[in-house]
Design a protein around this ligand. Structure first.
Ligand SMILES: Cc1cc2nc3c(=O)[nH]c(=O)nc-3n(C[C@H](O)[C@H](O)[C@H](O)COP(=O)(O)OP(=O)(O)OC[C@H]3O[C@@H](n4cnc5c(N)ncnc54)[C@H](O)[C@@H]3O)c2cc1C
Length: 442
């Protein structure tokens, strides 16, 4: 079969992209290295769209949850991943969990039996120099291809570790305690939010980091040394009681308005999205277990009632610096015949990876048929996610992200806090329906 699009990687994103293209009548070659003599350190089978860890697609509630809303939007766009998840569903309360073998088998069968798809079990080592291509090789991209991506995009554009600091919803910070200020009043006065600690609070916090329950490294992660720039805070705490006070919790140049003096230590938050709805805890990448993080971080003055858009973590994760490298159609600016999809673009999670694969399939199909493709509005879950990935080329500290309401534009008028989630989902559904009309008609 002569193909029109070459997809590299038959995981969640690649499978969804292949399905979208094939359903649009486009001939696809899907190259997957598993089954051709190669394996990743986390996959166990040769099945397409294998789930490497949990069997959950998280909340299926589309009335008050951003990932549930993304499920809803994907279903509306004929997602194979969502269809297979429905077939493989197992009881999990309001979550969408699946039998992973049935799920992968359902996806594999749908793609193998599609007349427009040819699946080839082969490892691709070089980015193709021509022909429409989608790279969806995921967080565990084979080293040879990662090297080729690196040479094409430059040294600083590909990360191999995902040092995740927790992210806090701005509206849950207590500004009776926390205040805005940049160190030494440099930059814009609102660049950082500062949470002060006295000596007793700091000492207890450091001890909490040392004692807190940590997540284990996977075998293949153990040999990889920490980079100084993304050292977990608990490792810093173990180096000595003052290490953090001379590192990310340094108080110098920060005047607590309640005392007029520098506190003993400070936790700083930095704006994480253009909208200012979510803020990351600077230098707080951590391998503490999620429950331990929430408990400990809520002892920080000003964060007692913090809600987290994302908790911290540190694991191997190959992803490109998408905001700088990709255009709004997920095309590599320097080689527009190549698109990227899935976790390698810097989204995080099964659902998000599949959703970006879906969007990438639609974009490629539109390009082949000569149609312009306007991405979904940023008020929708898919639009908000795409906007995080491609939206802002200036972000030096780009980090992978789950879909969450902090990525959505806040309401223009006043909406009570407890009604916000409903507002976001209703607005998204309305805007998605408007956006989909011409897409479905095409
Ligand atoms: C260890 C681990 C655990 C995770 N656990 C979860 C979790 O519990 N929940 C969650 O929501 N997310 C989790 N993620 C994050 C992420 O959602 C998944 O990795 C997800 O599978 C990403 O989808 P993808 O399609 O981008 O990549 P993948 O599903 O990994 O698919 C990429 C495919 O490309 C193939 N490939 C790689 N290189 C080449 C090459 N050169 N040539 C041909 N084929 C190639 C691989 O074999 C693979 O099949 C986890 C990630 C990791 C690494």
């Amino acid at each position: 079969m002569t193909h029109q699009v070459h997809i590299i990687g038959g995981g969640l994103a690649g499978s969804e992209a292949a399905w979208q293209l094939a359903e649009a009548g486009i001939k696809v070659r899907l190259s997957e290295m598993r089954g051709g003599g190669d394996m990743t350190p986390a996959h166990q089978t040769e099945g397409l769209a294998e789930l490497v860890c949990s069997n959950s697609f998280r909340s299926d509630d589309d009335s008050a949850n951003a990932v549930g809303l993304l499920h809803h939007e994907m279903r509306g766009l004929n997602s194979l991943i969502m269809r297979a998840a429905a077939e493989a569903k197992v009881p999990a309360g309001s979550a969408l969990a699946v039998d992973r073998d049935i799920f992968s088998a359902t996806v594999s069968k749908a793609l193998e039996s599609h007349a427009n798809i040819e699946i080839v079990r082969e490892r691709i080592d070089q980015l193709p120099s021509e022909g429409l291509t989608i790279v969806s090789t995921g967080p565990l991209t084979a080293a040879s291809l990662a090297q080729s991506i690196l040479s094409r995009t430059g040294q600083d554009s590909l990360a191999f570790f995902d040092a995740i600091a927790p992210i806090v919803y701005h509206e849950t910070v207590d500004f009776d305690i926390a205040w805005y200020q940049s160190r030494w009043d440099k930059g814009d006065g609102k660049d950082y939010i500062n949470c002060p600690m006295d000596k007793a609070q700091y000492d207890a916090f450091v001890q909490g980091l040392i004692d807190g329950e940590k997540a284990d490294f996977k075998d293949w992660e153990k040999d990889t040394p920490y980079f100084e720039g993304c050292m977990p805070i608990e490792v810093m705490a173990e180096r000595g009681p003052e290490t953090l006070r001379f590192g990310p919790m340094k108080p110098v140049g920060l005047d607590d308005p309640r005392t007029g003096r520098w506190p003993h230590a400070v936790v700083q938050l930095r704006q994480d999205n253009k909208l200012g709805t979510i803020w990351n805890m600077v230098g707080f990448q951590t391998k503490l277990k999620h429950g331990a993080q929430v408990e400990l971080f809520r002892t920080i003055p000003g964060l007692e009632k913090a809600e987290f858009a994302r908790l911290g973590g540190l694991h191997r994760n190959t992803f490109i610096h998408s905001p700088e490298l990709l255009d709004h159609q997920l095309r590599l600016k320097s080689a527009p015949h190549i698109r990227f999809a899935g976790q390698i673009t810097g989204c995080e999670g099964y659902v998000e990876s599949s959703a970006v694969g879906l969007a990438c399939g639609l974009m490629t199909a539109a390009e082949l048929s000569g149609r312009a493709f306007t991405p979904p509005p940023v008020t929708t879950a898919l639009g908000a996610l795409l906007s995080h990935i491609t939206g802002d080329g200036e972000r030096a500290d780009y980090q992978p992200m789950n879909v969450n309401f902090g990525l959505f534009p806040p309401p223009e008028g006043k909406v009570k806090k407890k009604e916000r989630k409903l507002f976001y989902t209703e607005r998204a559904k309305r805007d998605m329906a408007d956006w989909m009309r011409p897409v479905i008609a095409a």
